[in-house]
Design a protein around this ligand. Structure first.
Ligand SMILES: Cc1ncc(COP(=O)(O)O)c(C=O)c1O
Length: 401
């Protein structure tokens, strides 16, 4: 189907659109031509070939026609183009989960004998992938601090990838992405960042020189605690490699999940704005509370990475963590007392949540490993949702007795 004159005009304008407009409209042009405003879920596992000639061309890698949903599907393509537009990337690929995209992206670039340098404060699943699974396949891992101190001594001829996460789950430390990208370029490494906590509305790693931005789409991108999803954005060449590995390993996204991620991304910018505002108020409240020992939120001037956050992020995000005087016992008492906040894992949805990382995202780690990741036994992680800030504040007040 050719490009209609209004559509051509629209595509020209897209270059000047802001994140909220991109999140709502990017990637949907071909569906609008068919007059559907909502994006149809193309619920099919396979697609017909126009002819055996097309079948032959596909086998030779010369056709981009849809063949099988594990390799590509029009609904998935909308989610991919939307994320690529938000990340300022040439291309993107979606996957069945954040974990599928993280393992797929890393495995597409690493082979036995290679090494990856990874910052140690990481989502527990990413840390365990590197600590427990990669060594079984001959892939070496060197862990670095979030401030990247001493990484020049870790790089060598076998190093292929620099993997970072910022802000970190749940310690809320930041990695300087410009510094990470410059280091990776100097050593010829592919740099990748888990951009889940910030979302592309608050942080654009590719503009800072990072090669791949990865997401758990189960969190802010979808935003409603109703889907498991993942995505990566980067150059067309890198994304082709990542896509091929994800499809080969069987980690492709389902069209239903793609629809939920598309719907979620349409409200990402407004949700993020509200979540940042409320999180800032709650973090300030917690920082002043006599029962609180320490608050980790990049929006507080006392946070060690506050200046970097101002430079690198458009807002400070909706995630907070803190420790109470009284450690784990006090943290458990607090979590058992909240009424508006739900006691649940995951993050980035409409509902505000509290969780103890040592029992959820960061299980199966020693106390030393937890400390190196910035996690105390009594660390409480808060995902700020979309409720009225006053109700959340009252809930914190009554739970902190
Ligand atoms: C920062 C971060 N990255 C990746 C993941 C993994 O994503 P998923 O649960 O979608 O596999 C999570 C999940 O909690 C996360 O918090």
């Amino acid at each position: 189907m050719g490009e209609s004159p209004p559509m051509a005009e629209r595509n020209r304008k897209q270059k000047r659109w802001g994140d909220a407009t991109l999140a709502i409209h990017a990637g949907e042009d071909h569906f609008h031509q068919a007059a559907a405003v909502g994006v149809p879920i193309v619920r099919t596992s396979n697609f017909t070939f126009a002819s055996t000639e097309e079948m032959k061309r596909w086998s030779e890698g010369k056709s981009s026609a849809y063949i099988y949903t594990r390799n590509g599907n029009p609904t998935l393509a909308v989610a991919e183009q939307k994320l690529a537009a938000l990340e300022g990337a040439e291309a993107a690929v979606v996957a069945a989960s954040g974990s599928a995209v993280i393992s797929g992206a890393l495995l597409s670039l690493l082979r036995a004998g290679d090494e990856v340098i990874a910052t140690r404060p990481l989502y527990g699943g990413s840390y365990r992938l590197m600590r427990d699974i990669f060594p079984k396949y001959g892939i070496g891992v060197r862990f670095a601090e979030a401030d990247l101190a001493g990484i020049a001594r870790m790089a060598g001829p076998r190093t292929k990838v620099l993997y970072v996460e910022t802000p970190t789950n749940p310690s809320l430390r930041l990695v300087d992405l410009r510094k990470a990208a410059a280091f990776a370029r100097e050593w010829g490494l592919v740099s990748m960042v888990d951009n889940t906590f910030a979302s592309p509305v608050l942080q654009k790693p590719l503009a800072l020189g990072v090669d791949l931005a990865l997401h758990s789409g189960s969190k802010y991108l979808s935003g409603h605690s109703d889907v498991i999803a993942g995505a990566a954005a980067g150059s067309a060449v890198l994304i082709r490699r990542v896509r091929s590995m994800i499809a080969q390993l069987g980690g492709s996204m389902d069209p239903e999940a793609a629809f939920l991620m598309i719907r979620g991304m349409k409200t990402l910018a407004v949700r993020m704005e509200r979540q940042c505002q409320t999180a800032q108020r709650l973090a300030q409240f917690l920082a002043r509370h006599p029962r609180v020992a320490q608050v980790h939120y990049p929006g507080l001037p006392s946070h060690p990475d506050h200046r970097l956050a101002r430079r690198q992020m458009k807002g400070f995000g909706g995630m907070i963590s803190f420790e109470l005087k009284g450690g784990l016992a006090a943290a458990r008492r607090f979590c058992d007392r909240v009424r508006v906040f739900l006691l649940a894992g995951s993050l980035g949805g409409a509902e505000s949540l509290v969780v103890l990382p040592i029992y959820t995202s960061h299980t199966n780690m020693s106390v030393e490993e937890l400390r190196a990741c910035g996690v105390e036994p009594g660390t409480v992680r808060v995902s700020v949702g979309l409720e009225d800030a006053e109700d959340l504040m009252d809930d914190l007040r009554q739970a902190l007795v």
